[in-house]
Design a protein around this ligand. Structure first.
Ligand SMILES: C[S@@+](CC[C@H](N)C(=O)[O-])C[C@H]1O[C@@H](n2cnc3c(N)ncnc32)[C@H](O)[C@@H]1O
Length: 319
């Protein structure tokens, strides 16, 4: 597809749906052109977020066990394509695409086969077959309460789960609730540096949420077509917040309590940087998310790195 082929009327309609205050419950893909235009624009923004999450997994030295991949709520299939791209098609003997929309499953299967010739990629209308890797992306705020048990069934039958959602308060809190339900059954690969109760699940932290920022590629600000898309869609392409959760049945190396995961965006002031740091060394052996102020004079190098975009994923925990 090229920018000249984008169906702007279709993107306008999707934008109105995505911006609605209440969740979108009805199927909204009307034709393949809707999916192609979404895949070329909105989905690309989602791919940038997946890029950040997947490079963090690679930094952690994690990869999925070989076996079939299921993309649940696949839409145009951007998330599974990012995952296959990151770990290589040889890791996935089969990719199954599940969505409540038959058009979406058809589009996503075809796109996956085009992108990875030789890959077995098929629609999966029930989304219930055995899978090794389960991929979920930008689905939570569309799910009807009655659909959640079906999704959780897929989660529980998978060996590992890669789940990425918008970095909003509601989506992050939704993921935290699910994390609490699943943490005794799975090991937590990311973003949590521990398997204990989430440190944001405490009184006084209800207004906070666990989110991260991906860096948009330069073309998002320099390419006139992207700039025009950002304007028309009413989205700031420089801001790519996401929340995520990666679960694995295999044990994973837990972080030392001396290391902390940087959550959200550090706020830089001249003499210090304020940030949220998640770690397993809280009071009484619990995990905690501490609000820290790191003075520039205490560690000028760290102060400088925390001003970068994206900030370092982890820091030594100050005592
Ligand atoms: C915002 S789109 C995201 C698509 C894709 N995962 C992505 O990241 O670009 C949400 C998708 O979830 C699908 N969906 C919503 N509720 C669903 C359900 N109960 N069962 C299966 N798919 C569902 C929608 O049809 C849509 O394709």
């Amino acid at each position: 597809m090229t920018w000249d082929e984008v169906d702007w009327a279709s993107l306008e309609r999707l934008r109105a749906l995505f911006l609605r205050s209440e969740p979108v419950r009805e199927p909204y893909w009307r034709n393949l052109s809707d999916l192609a235009s979404y895949d070329f624009t909105y989905a690309q923004r989602i791919a940038w977020k997946w890029g950040a999450a997947l490079s963090e997994l690679q930094r952690l030295g994690w990869s999925p066990p070989p076996g079939p991949l299921l993309d649940w709520g696949c839409g145009s299939g951007v998330a599974s394509r990012c995952v296959v791209d990151a770990f290589g098609p040889e890791a996935f003997p089969e990719v199954r695409l599940h969505d409540r929309s038959a058009l979406a499953m058809q589009f996503a299967s075809r796109r996956a086969r085009d992108r990875f010739p030789g890959l077995r990629a098929e629609p999966d209308p029930l989304g219930q077959g055995p899978c090794t890797t389960l991929v979920i992306s930008h689905v939570l705020n569309e799910l009807h309460r009655d659909d959640l048990p079906r999704l959780l069934e897929s989660v529980r039958s998978a060996h590992c789960v890669l789940w990425l959602e918008p970095g909003t308060h509601a989506c992050s809190r939704g993921l935290i609730t699910l994390r609490e339900q699943l943490r005794s059954e799975f090991h937590l690969v990311a973003p949590c540096p521990h398997r204990q109760a989430c440190g944001l699940q405490v009184a006084d932290r209800e207004s906070d949420w666990c989110h991260f920022f991906a860096k948009a590629p330069t073309e998002a600000f320099t390419d006139g077509e992207w700039v025009q898309f950002g304007r028309r869609a009413g989205i700031d392409l420089r801001s790519l917040p996401y929340s995520w959760l990666v679960l694995d049945r295999r044990p994973v190396a837990e972080w030392s309590p001396d290391r902390a995961r940087v959550v959200g965006l550090p706020q830089s002031f001249k003499p210090y940087t304020r940030l949220d740091a998640c770690h397993s060394g809280g009071p009484d052996g619990a995990a905690a998310v501490d609000r820290l102020e790191i003075a520039k004079r205490a560690d000028p190098g760290l102060h400088r790195r925390l001003r970068e975009s994206p900030p370092p994923p982890e820091i030594p925990r100050p005592r």
